[in-house]
Ligand binder design. Structure first.
Ligand SMILES: [Zn+2]
Length: 146
């Protein structure tokens, strides 16, 4: 079958069948057939299922031409968030794990000044930010990493 490029794009981005149908004015059955033809698995709500959290993370990011990685997924209270296999995860946390190879201590946030950036190298945890402040000779312990 012929798959509409706009439908394929939104399917690959992890959107739900009904949301895609509504956005593009397409029939939900057409979207479901396109999903099946592309070999994309779905959960009961019609969302794409990714094998790993990292795959799911990568599917919701978009690199900028100046080194940042913008989040294209949803936000929860301002935090980029992803649902994977029934659990909600902070995209900052996933980015930190990818960049550092271990879990963060405390909350993670991007340190690059670009809101919504989830580049693994730009996300740091509390102690990481404190070390950065040290490096720049800021006063250690001031305004404890929050
Ligand atoms: Zn950044």
């Amino acid at each position: 079958m012929k798959i509409r490029a706009d439908i394929a794009e939104l399917l690959h981005a992890g959107h739900r069948d009904n949301a895609i149908a509504k956005q593009l004015g397409a029939c939900p059955k057409t979207v479901a057939r396109a999903r099946a033809a592309l070999g994309l698995p779905t959960d009961p709500a019609g969302r794409t299922v990714y094998d790993t959290l990292e795959d799911a993370f990568r599917a919701h990011t978009e690199p900028t031409d100046n080194g940042h990685l913008l989040w294209t997924g949803s936000f929860n209270s301002g935090v980029p968030t992803i649902r994977h296999k029934g659990h909600r995860h902070s995209a900052y946390l996933i980015a930190y794990r990818i960049g550092h190879g271990h879990d963060p201590q405390g909350r993670c946030r991007p340190d690059c000044g670009r809101p919504g950036c989830v580049a693994p190298g730009h996300v740091d945890d509390g102690p990481g930010r404190a070390r950065t402040r040290d490096t720049y000779a800021a006063i250690f312990g001031e305004e404890a990493a929050s």
